[in-house]
Ligand binder design. Structure first.
Ligand code: DO4
Ligand code: MG
Length: 284
C-alpha cells in the first residue's frame, strides 16, 4: 500500500496532517508543526519522511481536507492528443491549440489560489453563465521549493468549454472560478508510485453512470520534468507548488455537467477523488 499524507479536520476541529496509505485512508496524526508548507518549503520533514510518520491513531469522525497549504495550483494544457482535438473542436480560433501541442514551450496557466481549492467530497462548480462544462481528470505534480517533483496527487481542472471556445482570451474565466479546482485525497511521495499512471473518470447522474473513460499518463506528449522546469523558469515558489499535467479524457459533445452529478477520478496508486457538482454564481 502506498504511504501518503492526508490533511484532516479532527473531531474537535483542529486541522492536522496524517500519514496513512493512499488507498486505505489516514492512520496516524502528525505533530502540529508538520505542515504541507514546512514539508515543501524545506523546513520540515521530507514528504517521504512525513508519509511514514507514526503518531496517535486517527479516530472518530474526521473530514478529509484538500492536501494543500499555501501553494498556488498551476496547470498545463494540451499535453494529450485528445485535448488538442477537443480544443480544435470547441474553439472559434483553433490555431493556438494546434500550435501549442507541438511547440517547444508548453501552455501553463494559474489555476487556483490555495484557499479556493476543494477537497474530497466537496462540490466542484459549473458557472451559471456557461452552457458547456466538463471535469478534467489530471495527474498533479507536487513540487518543492527547489522545483523538484516530490510527489503526486489527483486534480480536477473543471472548465467551461463554451467560454473558452468563444475566445482564447477568456481562458482565465473558463478555468478559474469558485469550485473549478479540486485536489486530493492525499499526497503520495514519488518513491511510492511508479509512472505511467492509469487514469479513469466516471460521472454519475441520479445514481446512473453517464460517463466512463480511461487513459494513461503514458499518452502525454511531454515529460513531467519538462512541465516543472518551464514553470520554474520565471517563478519562484518558496513553499512549493502544485502542477496539474493536462487532461487526456474529454467527454464527447453534447455532454455537459449538471448540478447534482458526481465525478470520480481514480489514478493508479493515488486513490480516488470524488466530488459532487454544484451551480456557481449568476447567469446572464
Ligand atoms: O487551453 C486550454 C486548456 C487545456 C487544458 O486544460 C488541458 O488540456 O487539460
Ligand atoms: Mg486541463
Amino acid at each position: 500500500m502506498p504511504a501518503a499524507i492526508f490533511r484532516l479536520r479532527l473531531p474537535y476541529g483542529e486541522e492536522r496532517l496524517a500519514s496513512g496509505d493512499a488507498l486505505g485512508g489516514p492512520r496516524s496524526v502528525a505533530p502540529a508543526e508538520v505542515t504541507i508548507d514546512a514539508i515543501l518549503g524545506g523546513d520540515g520533514p521530507s514528504l517521504e519522511e512525513a508519509a511514514r510518520m507514526d503518531g496517535a491513531a486517527v479516530s472518530g469522525d474526521v473530514i478529509l481536507l484538500p492536501p494543500v497549504g499555501t501553494q498556488e495550483v498551476w496547470a498545463a494544457g494540451v499535453t494529450y492528443l485528445r485535448s488538442r482535438e477537443a480544443r480544435v473542436e470547441e474553439a472559434i480560433e483553433a490555431s493556438p491549440y494546434d500550435r501549442v501541442y507541438a511547440a517547444e514551450r508548453p501552455e501553463l496557466f494559474l489555476k487556483s489560489a490555495a484557499w479556493r481549492v476543494r477537497g474530497p467530497s466537496e462540490p466542484i462548480g459549473i458557472r451559471a453563465d456557461s452552457t458547456w462544462d466538463v471535469p478534467e481528470p489530471e495527474l498533479t505534480l507536487v513540487l518543492d521549493s527547489r522545483m523538484r517533483i516530490v510527489g503526486y496527487t489527483i486534480g480536477n481542472d473543471a472548465s467551461s468549454r463554451s467560454i473558452e471556445g468563444e475566445n482564447t482570451l477568456y481562458l482565465p474565466q473558463a478555468k478559474t472560478y469558485d469550485g473549478s479546482c479540486a485536489i486530493g485525497p492525499a499526497l503520495v511521495p514519488v518513491s511510492q508510485a511508479e509512472p505511467p499512471f492509469g487514469i479513469r473518470m466516471s460521472i454519475e447522474r441520479g445514481g446512473e453512470l453517464v460517463f466512463d473513460d480511461a487513459t494513461s499518463t503514458g499518452q502525454m506528449a511531454r515529460p513531467f520534468d519538462e512541465l516543472a522546469a518551464y514553470l520554474g523558469r520565471g517563478l519562484t515558489f518558496p513553499r512549493g507548488a502544485f502542477l496539474m499535467t493536462g487532461t487526456g479524457i474529454v467527454p464527447d459533445p453534447p455532454f455537459t455537467l449538471e448540478p447534482g452529478d458526481v465525478v470520480s477520478i481514480a489514478i493508479d496508486g493515488l486513490g480516488t477523488l470524488t466530488n459532487p457538482v454544484e451551480l456557481i454564481g449568476s447567469g446572464p
